[in-house]
Design a protein around this ligand. Structure first.
Ligand code: TMP
Length: 213
């Protein structure tokens, strides 16, 4: 039974780790799972990811950024997500359209109607069945993300981590607003708890949806 599940949250919220743990759990239970991420997930979109996240590109204008995310998404949906869903897989995706609304819409303050239209175009109106938002305070998430950069000195995927706390506060508020506006799709999990507690909350949220189908 196909199911499209996305993971969202600010930098350092723990979503990537939680998505991997869930994918292992589902695979152990015999579910056919595909994990992927945005921007990226396939060779063309990975090249776009390099441009988007390279700290060297600090002068990229918000509209160019928006169009690059949309381009990466169009390719990723066509090449990876749609075929996987069509063959009955459970697709777990680290970030998707809500990230564009939160970062480019609420963070960069681009027009939300334009973003929603671009999201619809890039995805052919595909929407997640479930979105797990791992929420945590900016001080904690960004603190984790910045220490990760220190630990991997030389990595250049840090253009967003270098944004101000204020930017990330707007992104977090944007995510929480999206969750409040789409309660049937979003599950908000407090990412400030122990890893085990978050893991249990993610399972509790997802497993009933899979047995419903
Ligand atoms: P990641 O660190 O979770 O891999 O995400 C890469 C960065 O890209 C992260 O800082 C959030 C940002 N992003 C956007 O600004 N808009 C988007 O649409 C997506 C998918 C990610």
């Amino acid at each position: 039974m196909a199911c499209f599940i996305t993971f969202e949250g600010i930098e350092g919220c723990g979503k990537t780790t939680q998505m991997k743990i869930l994918s292992e759990h589902l695979a152990e239970k015999g579910f056919p799972v595909v994990i992927t991420r945005e921007p990226g997930g396939c060779p063309i979109s990975l090249k776009i990811r390099d441009i988007l996240l390279d700290a060297v590109n600090s002068n990229m204008v918000p509209l160019a950024e928006l169009f690059l995310y949309a381009a990466a998404r169009a390719q990723h949906v066509a090449e990876i997500i749609h075929p996987a869903l069509d063959s009955g897989k459970i697709v777990l995706c680290d970030r998707f359209t809500d990230a564009t609304t939160a970062y480019q819409g609420f963070g960069r303050e681009l027009d939300i109607t334009l973003i929603e239209e671009l999201n619809r175009l890039a995805t052919g109106r595909l929407q997640p069945d479930v979105t797990i938002l791992i929420d945590c305070p900016v001080e904690i998430g960004l603190g984790r993300a910045l220490s990760r950069i220190d630990a991997t000195a030389g990595a250049r995927e840090e253009r967003f981590e270098l944004e101000s706390f204020q930017f990330h506060r707007k992104v977090r508020a944007g995510y929480l607003r999206l969750a409040a506006e789409n309660p049937q799709r979003f599950i908000v999990i407090d990412g400030n708890r122990s890893m085990g507690d978050v893991e249990a909350a993610v399972r509790e949220a997802v497993l009933p949806r899979l047995s419903e189908g």
